[in-house]
Structure formats: structure tokens, C-alpha cells
Design a protein around this ligand. Structure first.
Ligand SMILES: [Zn+2]
Length: 431
């Protein structure tokens, strides 16, 4: 059983060591291209070498460890996640996928197993984009979807991404050298904490991600008329905030009627914003997500129709514009199947869950087939110092990742029959 071969103490120790690469002691703050991120990258490089990998850093600062396969010239199968964090985030977000990826290779090496395909563990830089508001930077670079303008992004101190990278010793203009040719990559599988409460509700340690939700981000405005809070009778008011309040509840109602859709009003600004003035204008944000792009568009249309109806009744004006839109990214059926079979072998049900959050797999889907394994996190808490994952869940998740990787990197995997997981024994040994 490969679950007994997973060294969970080593994983936990490494997670704690990475967590120490943090600015400040409350949770983990490891922003991109900082001394903290350098400290984490160096550690990861060392562990990769210890696990028997050849290590390189690409022009973006992604750390890549390669465990050669038996088949010459075969495309590499990639596993990994990100090393950066949000401000005062948790120690498992991203780090768990990198550390379990290294553990998979280290276990293979310790068991004397060499897969047919080369296996690469990638520690992506700048997934969260907390410093420059540039999400998925490392994975987009690898997939070839970055452009030069991305490097003009600025942090809170007015330092551009390009400047920060140069100070860090990287050359941003060489970002195209990080692009991988599709023919050299056989797939990407990422293990990540769920960052939500579904697995906990279903009482299961891990689940398979069906796909990453598409998202629409909108800004809306409700216009009314400001007035004196003491002199204008209630029936003569055009209170923009009262209208916005009703619109917010309509958002909740519309999304609540559509099982695949979630929608959030996360920001509201009230103008003029004075205790004795009737609100004349409200500006807000609307975030709508779904794995089903058509349902997302339908939800958005219904929300806008409702908002217009509410505004008319209240003699207000409503305007909404979409500022960002991404399509849903389904995970590859081949990878889903491989993970599902492995989970079944551990007695786990094939729980397929959508990912409402973006991950490196989202960017990597532009390059290759992607799959994700989610691990249950306590109370669904993430991006918070209280983020927690149980050692038993980590052990099982790492075993699932290991067996799935073996299925996908053995020669038979390429003809669709799938390789044998380690637990079935009889795997090829290194010579
Ligand atoms: Zn993450």
C-alpha cells in the first residue's frame, strides 16, 4: 500500500519550514520576489535535489525539479502548485501541493521506482498575485499567455513587477523562455486544499475537481437623489442605498435558485456617505461564478433584469458593466478518471466538486490537460492564519496523488489503459 510509504512527518516538517519563510509572525506572508520567497525557493530546490531531481529555475522564478523517466524523449508529466501567499495567509495554501509533489518523487526514488515518463515538480511563483495584483503569473508564463504589459503592474510602493524581478536577479524580458512547447508536456495534476466547506460536509478527506468555475466581475451603479435626512418625507425620496439593498437581496435570490451558480456583492460605496444625507448614489461590485458558462450568463442577465425592475419602481437608475470575464475550465476526463480509480481503491467515493477559486491549473489548461485533487481543510477556512489540514488527510491525499501519477506516467498510460498503481505491486524498478 503506497499510503504506508508516504512520509507524512516529512511533509508536515517541510510545511512548517516553508511557513517560517514569512514576513511577520501572524500566519504566512510570502509575497513574490521578496527575501521570503527566495528563502522558500531555496528550500524547495534543496528538497528537490534530495528527492533525486535535477533542478532549474526558469526566467520567471518558477522552480522546476525533474525526475527522469525510462522512455527517452517522452513528454514530462507535471505536478505542483504555488509558493507565494496572500498577506497573513495559511501555511497549506499552495505549499501543500509543492511539498506533496516532492514527496511523491522522493517516495518513488526511495522505492527504486522510475516511471516511463519524466516527472516534473513545479513550484510556481506568484499565483496569488497579492503584491502586484497579477494572478497566475508563473503558470501563465509557462503556458505562454503572458505578455510584456503584464510586467508594468505596480506594487503598493510603486515598484513595477519588472523592477522587482530585476532586483531579485531575474530578467523579465526573457519571460518567453519560460514557455513550454505543448509536445513536451503530458499533463498537469495539482493537489491543493479545498479552501471551501464541501469535503468537510461530505465527510471525505479528498475529492476530484470537475473544473474551475468561469467568472464575471462587474461594477454597478445605482443613481438616486441625495437630500436632507430630516426634511424629505419617506414617500418622496429616491434613496440609492435602499434600492441597492434590494438589489443585493435579488442577487442572493437569483443565484440561490440556480444550483451551479454563486454570486456575491463584495463592495458597496455610498455617496455622499454622510449620516444626515439621503444616499444619492451607490457603487458596488458583483462577482458571478459557475462551471457552466451558459448558466453564469443567464444568472447575470436575470440579476440585471431584476435590478432594473427594482430601480424603476424606486425611480432610480441602474447601470452595470462587466470588467473581467473568464470562461470555465473543465478538468480533463482522462485525469479525472485516473484520480477516481485511485480514490475508489482507497474506499473513497468519486466526489466531484467544482473549484470556485482560480488555481495554477487554470492557466496550465492553455498548455496541457489538467486535473486537480482537493484536500479537506478545517471549517473550509483558507487565506487565513487558522487554515488547517489534518495529517491523516494529507497522508491519504499524498497517496492518491502518488498512485494517480504512477497511473499517468507508466507507458501503458499513453494508450489509455492506465498504468498500475504502486499498491498493486509489480511496478518497474530502477535498474
Ligand atoms: Zn492556492
Amino acid at each position: 500500500m503506497s499510503i504506508n510509504r508516504i512520509n507524512v512527518e516529512r511533509i508536515l516538517e517541510r510545511i512548517d519550514q516553508l511557513a517560517a519563510c514569512s514576513l511577520g509572525k501572524r500566519g504566512v506572508t510570502r509575497l513574490s520576489f521578496t527575501p521570503e520567497s527566495r528563502c522558500a525557493s531555496r528550500m524547495v530546490e534543496r528538497w528537490m535535489r534530495e528527492a533525486g531531481m535535477e533542478v532549474r529555475t526558469d526566467p520567471l522564478g518558477n522552480v522546476i525539479g525533474r525526475y527522469p523517466g525510462r522512455k527517452p524523449g517522452a513528454p514530462a508529466f507535471l505536478i505542483g502548485s504555488h509558493l507565494d501567499s496572500v498577506v497573513e495567509g495559511g501555511k497549506f495554501d499552495g505549499a501543500l501541493g509543492v511539498v506533496t509533489g516532492i514527496e511523491v518523487v522522493q517516495t518513488l526514488r526511495e522505492q527504486g521506482i522510475r516511471p516511463d515518463l519524466p516527472l516534473e515538480v513545479v513550484a510556481f511563483c506568484d499565483e496569488e498575485g497579492a503584491r502586484f495584483h497579477t494572478t497566475l503569473l508563473g503558470s501563465r508564463a509557462m503556458a505562454g499567455t503572458l505578455d510584456d504589459a503584464d510586467f508594468d503592474a505596480m506594487d503598493a510602493d510603486g515598484i513595477t513587477l519588472a523592477e522587482a524581478m530585476r532586483t531579485y536577479g531575474l530578467e523579465p524580458l526573457r519571460h518567453r523562455e519560460a514557455v513550454r512547447e505543448p509536445g513536451t508536456v503530458a499533463g498537469y495534476l495539482e493537489l491543493h486544499i479545498e479552501q471551501g466547506p464541501i469535503l468537510e460536509r461530505e465527510n471525505q478527506a479528498c475529492g476530484i475537481v470537475r473544473g474551475i468555475a468561469g467568472a464575471s466581475r462587474c461594477r454597478f451603479r445605482v443613481e438616486g437623489r441625495a437630500g436632507h435626512a430630516g426634511t424629505v418625507p419617506m414617500d418622496l425620496r429616491q434613496d440609492a442605498l435602499n434600492g441597492a439593498a434590494e438589489i443585493v437581496l435579488a442577487v442572493e435570490r437569483v443565484a440561490g435558485q440556480m444550483p451551479s451558480v454563486v454570486a456575491t456583492v463584495g463592495q458597496l460605496q455610498v455617496f455622499p456617505g454622510s449620516s444626515n444625507v439621503i444616499p444619492g448614489r451607490v457603487e458596488g461590485t458583483l462577482d458571478v461564478r459557475s462551471l457552466d458558462d451558459e448558466q453564469r450568463h443567464t444568472a447575470l442577465r436575470r440579476i440585471c433584469e431584476e435590478a432594473v425592475r427594482i430601480s424603476r419602481r424606486r425611480r432610480l437608475l441602474f447601470a452595470c458593466r462587466t470588467v473581467m470575464e473568464t470562461a470555465a475550465t473543465p478538468c480533463a476526463p482522462r485525469l479525472i478518471r485516473a484520480v477516481e480509480e485511485v480514490m475508489a481503491s482507497y474506499g473513497l467515493s468519486a466526489l466531484r466538486i467544482p473549484s470556485g477559486a482560480g488555481h495554477d491549473a487554470l492557466a496550465m489548461a492553455a498548455l496541457t490537460e489538467v486535473g486537480m485533487v482537493f484536500i479537506r481543510c478545517r471549517d473550509g477556512i483558507s487565506h487565513h492564519p487558522d487554515e488547517d489540514v489534518s495529517p491523516d488527510d494529507i497522508r491519504l491525499g499524498a497517496a492518491v496523488l502518488l498512485d494517480a501519477v504512477l497511473k499517468l506516467t507508466m507507458e501503458t498510460a499513453s494508450d489509455g489503459r492506465g498504468g498500475k498503481p504502486l499498491k498493486e505491486a509489480g511496478v518497474r524498478r530502477t535498474t
